[in-house]
Design a protein around this ligand. Sequence first.
Ligand code: PRE
Length: 271
Amino acid sequence: MKVAIQGIPGSFHHQVALNYFGAETEIEGFRTFEEVAKAVQRREVPYGVMAIENSIAGAILPNYDLIDRHGLHIFEEYYLPISHNLMVLPGQKITDIKEVKSHPMALLQCKRFFEDYPDIKLIDDVDTATVARRISDEKIKGLGAIASSTAAKIYGLEILAHDIQTIKNNFTRFILLQEDKPQQSEKPNKASFKITIRNEKGSLAKLLTLLSENDLDLSKIQSIPVIENPWHYAFFIDAQFDDYAKYLKAIDAVNQNGGEVKIFGEYVSRK
Ligand SMILES: O=C(O)C(=O)C[C@]1(C(=O)O)C=C[C@@H](O)C=C1
């Protein structure tokens, strides 16, 4: 079975794919989330893994948009505890480091650590492990990577500082994607969907009332621009519920009241 991820062995996406699908899984790494979404949409790879939000850095908004544009379905969520480490070519000291490169979400999660090192320049890169591999392959001095301890092991780097994320208790929520609408074996108690409403006074308040009246517990609501219609907004929502029938009633009520609902997935909450 093949699974698409952004990144290479030692990245957090790689870890999630192995944890969820098993150690023997064939993993196909891509450079960008967009390439992952396209590969799943075209059925070149049956499943994709995508980070969607982090407990320190917040949502990865462009990924909600990718799921939407590529018509993908969420069938599962996965929470991975994230520990970041500062690593270098063996023998390098922290005072030798001029630049640190990593995935932008990883850099955001470690911002506070680098406040004590204002001379180190932080630079976005494709993923955590790719930088570790590059330092190792090209024997780059003066450059640090932020990545997992697994990446340090795989690429033979030395860890100068462990657990450098701002809050020790750091989690990233990943979603598992496929092109087809999934058949759920367990009863769903969570759903992700997009609601587009007319930009009128009180329309958001009305929408929230309809959801709350049907006992939906929102764990996320994020507004995104409707690009075809400047200054109009849609909302990406994650909601939990005990009663599936009531959830359907809520969706129906929104549709009846001028909202437009697109469901990305119904699945079991793993929190
Ligand atoms: O760069 C990696 O190792 C990734 O798997 C990407 C990613 C992300 O997209 O948020 C995954 C988990 C962490 O939050 C940091 C980076």
